[in-house]
Unconditional design. Sequence first.
Length: 414
Amino acid sequence: HRDYKRCICTLGWQDCAKPHSGGMEDIMKEKMLEEFKKVYGGDGEVKVYFAPGRVNLIGEHTDYNGGHVFPCALTMGTYAAVRRRDDNKLRFYSANFEKLGVIESSLDELVWNKEADWTNYPKGVMWAYIQKGFQFDKGFDMYYFGNIPNGSGLSSSASIEVLTALVLKDTFGFETDFIEMALISQFAENKFNKVNCGIMDQFAIAMGKEGHAIFLDTSNLSYEYAPVKLDNAKIVIACSNKKRGLGDSKYNERRAECEEALEELQKVIDIKTLGDLTEEAFERYKSAIKSEVRQKRAKHAVYENQRTIKAVKALKDGDIEEFGRLMIASDTSLREDYEVTGKELDTLVAAALKQPGVIGSRMTGAGFGGCTVSIVKTADIDNFIEKVGKEYKDTIGYAADFYVADIGGGPVVL
Ligand code: GLA
């Protein structure tokens, strides 16, 4: 049993000191079945499923610009226990939102509403399946538990979506594959929950592979797995714990700025996306973009895409130092040109870069809060967590959380 600060075996957030034998999956399966019974009682077959969260190593805000991303799935994620019903009812319960209790709905009510709260995510996926021509004959009871910190920017919502997509495929015998499940989940997020996200999160989760990051070209969904070999270093995630509010509207604003910049560029050069441009081509044609702000946004999208391609090459060549330098350049660009960081993330990265053994550090995910990802020499991790933690608390006033990340696999039936 690993030293999880928030042990998943407790299905809670408290420290765990239990000596566990057996794999985490067995412990979780047993626990999920037990908790399912406590909430729903009754008999009948209950099945348990898991889908990971994700962290992006480099390639930020490129996925809706036809560029490349380089995320990986985490061993942290979301679990679900499910049992079919004989009627049309849908019952949802999450151990993460205990106070909300069982939230009930039905097959005839697959519309977004505020009261449905977090269940708009699973309901959105059901709705999306129907849009794609799949059908549900009966309802089900579902119990969720996630050990990804909520709202941390490690894609707890995409994890719920892809998990639900797998549950539904398995329960109703849908013929679909993991890439299609990622697309259905993104469609649900875009059209049902009205967040205009790209494909990165859902793809990284659906296609996760242990020990590997996914080099994905978002213009055509071609992808390649790259082993993440960091020698004597590990990936450390620092969670800012900043409550996000305006994030989503700013996200949509950045998207719109990039789309406008693309239209301006298309008047002078034949491209489909910003991802089609090299740095040189961008410099040559950038004057077509008529506002300084939009020029900065487009510059980030173009340069970040090229950085991602270079970073994957550096990793393949075993040049971790170069990978780290590119991560730092990515963060600078996200801070200065894309302007999606903020004081919390900037404090974490600045503090990280002062510590010994830090190879690279950057904000990850949408930004405006959420997490940073750093590559830190294993021997320096304790010092890193202590020093960065202290500087963050002194500057921001509340604590950050740290996770030494393990790169896990994709969604599974347990
Ligand atoms: C969020 C979105 C992704 C991607 C990132 C930024 O996580 O869901 O599609 O755009 O932000 O890289």
